[in-house]
Design a protein around this ligand. Sequence first.
Ligand SMILES: [Zn+2]
Length: 270
Amino acid sequence: VPELPEVEGYRALAEERALGRRIAAVNTPDPWYLKRGLDAAGAADALVGRPLVGARRRGKLMLLDLGAPSARPGSTPELVLGMHFGMSGRLLVDGQASVDRLLYSPAVDPTRHDRFSMVFDDGGKLVMRDPRRLGGVLLDPDEDRLGPDALHATLGEVRAALGGSTVALKARLLDQARIAGIGNLIADEVLWRAALAPARPCSSLTSADVRRLHRHLLTGLADLIRGGGSHTGELQPERRPGGTCPRDRAELSRAVVGGRTTWWCPRHQH
Ligand SMILES: [Zn+2]
């Protein structure tokens, strides 16, 4: 599942390989993939002729900034294309992916899962490939419906996201409007590192707890990005019946917290 670390990889790929290139055509073979009233003609109208001038990310939402048709790279964006990757979306630029972990049967032509692509005037392309088609693209997304991005969140932003609420800590971390980009695996990994129990009410955290959470959120995300994705956490191999804590070997507990299957160590997470 593309979570923040994967989407950050897509963003870096787009920044490195697609920035400054101009859109010559848009392919939209799957109308379902166009969201918020966008259709094939509207997408072509809005995008063709524009250069990519920025590649940003907020949580799991990727944002491509597009300049005016006459603009040069680095100029002020005029339009933003939002990309959601759903459960299985990937980004490819000129046939190259940032992560190659989703495997396809050799009998299946992977391009049949191409949902949206932009052809550049130099002949290369940027493609969204999504077998389960739960992602989508939209113009000018409302970025402020999302909380601050988890990878760049300040201590004050994390404290504000928790907001002294009686809601379970993990449920609040998964709430994208409070803080953007934390998925199920990331939440369990970060709470395990920070020695905090997932079902604990936010309001019970001390200042020291919040500081520890903030520190492990940033370092945990950096480690997952470096490792190649949200499934590369230390807790990940133990998320199974009989799994034990990599730190103290206590048997992990499992419950549903915030609507999601949650694993944690009853010995050191409090
Ligand atoms: Zn433990």
